[in-house]
Design a protein around this ligand. Structure first.
Ligand code: SF4
Length: 358
């Protein structure tokens, strides 16, 4: 089962595509490994980690969001920031929010050591271990299996996220053999595609996909699941280039030191530009930019990669402002509300009675 099938068929679907039901938190960008495919470009040299006191304020603000059901802790390597991880899990538990943690299991030297680590943390609801041919260059598979065996007694649910690189079949054979049927029965195997993003762009593990002059067409499913960075910046979408950019961009909503998560969420909720990406996709904005002659020119994009088109559009202030101005009408807000209700099962809140479907 790949990640898309899993989301479609499982209880994760409403989280992944819902609006602010799942929020990702990255307490650190540090990682003891530097995998060749790492989309977050984490490494031992990346020391950026949130201060615990500030992080506590940010996490509390996120758990104040009425919609939030799950916090997904990722990184960097969350277990490499133990005080931060413990605090996130503690606040989430006190606020009745479920937690998932994505780790590479470097800390599980053997099963006994893995138990010692896990027993010190508040409950993790879903522990997901990243393991594949690239992680294996840094983390022996025996640690992955030790972590899984130990975690059965401490977490509600266990997953292994495997990036399907060129050596995937032989990796799976090795992993399945070491884990054994008994363990595999209690683990969700989550297969994710190898993507041309982050460090994979320089390391050569994957070639740049072919380009096309056709505008890529799809709606964006990822604007409902924001990311909190280790510096307090709250980012509307989880696309790595938008998250990691040191330049302020449309998707970086603000810093939770300066405003609360509820205010930033309300801004996204009411933003015709961002909600258009969810309902019609970036191609609709590109077509509006061309039609209204906002001075924007399309170029070639990787086939099927809506994020490339989206980031290109978002970098053009004239497009963003032009679109927000031209489409800020009660009728268009209603069109978006209808689309959000149909696509994402959100409550239907109409401003005018006349709905003009585009
Ligand atoms: S870059 Fe645009 S299309 Fe890609 S996930 Fe972010 S908002 Fe969606």
């Amino acid at each position: 089962m790949d990640i898309y099938d899993l989301i479609q068929s499982s209880d994760l679907k409403h989280l992944r595509f819902g609006f602010y039901k799942l929020v990702y938190i990255r307490p650190t960008q540090f990682c003891p490994a530097s995998c060749r495919h790492c989309s977050a470009r984490s490494s031992p040299g990346t020391q950026r980690t949130a201060e615990v006191e500030r992080l506590e304020k940010w996490v509390t603000s996120i758990t104040d969001l009425p919609e939030v059901e799950w916090i997904g802790v990722e990184g960097g390597e969350p277990f490499a920031a133990p005080a931060q991880l413990e605090m996130i899990l503690q606040v989430a538990q006190e606020r009745g929010v479920f937690t998932s943690v994505l780790t590479n299991a470097y800390w599980a030297k053997d099963e006994r050591r893995a138990r010692e680590v896990l027993k010190n943390y508040p409950k993790i609801n879903f522990l997901i271990i990243s393991a594949d041919e690239f992680h294996e260059e840094y983390i022996p598979l025996s640690r992955v299996v030790a972590a899984l065996r130990a975690a059965r007694d401490y977490v509600d649910r266990l997953g292994v996220q495997i990036c399907a690189g060129p050596e995937y079949p032989t990796f799976r054979e090795r992993f399945d053999c070491l884990a054994g049927d008994d363990l595999l029965e209690s683990v969700d195997i989550i297969e994710v595609p190898l993507q041309y993003i982050g460090r994979a762009q320089e390391s050569g593990v994957i070639h740049r996909p072919a380009e096309s002059d056709e505008l890529p067409e799809a709606i964006c499913n990822f604007l409902g699941t924001p990311v909190l960075r280790e510096d307090g910046v709250f980012v509307a979408c989880c696309q790595q280039d938008a998250v990691l950019s040191s330049q302020p961009n449309l998707f970086q909503l603000g810093n939770l030191d300066d405003c609360d998560a509820l205010a930033l969420k309300s801004r996204v909720d009411a933003d015709v530009y961002l909600q258009t990406l969810r309902v019609f996709g970036p191609k609709a904005i590109a077509e509006a930019a061309i039609k209204h002659q906002w001075g924007w020119e399309p170029r070639s994009y990787q086939q099927g990669n809506i994020c490339e088109l989206c980031l290109h559009l978002a970098s053009d202030q004239q497009v963003v402002e032009g679109f927000r101005e031209a489409f800020n009408t009660p009728e268009y807000h209603d069109t978006l509300a209808l689309g959000r209700s149909i696509l994402f099962d959100e409550p239907l809140m109409m401003e005018s009675m006349e709905v003009d479907l585009v």
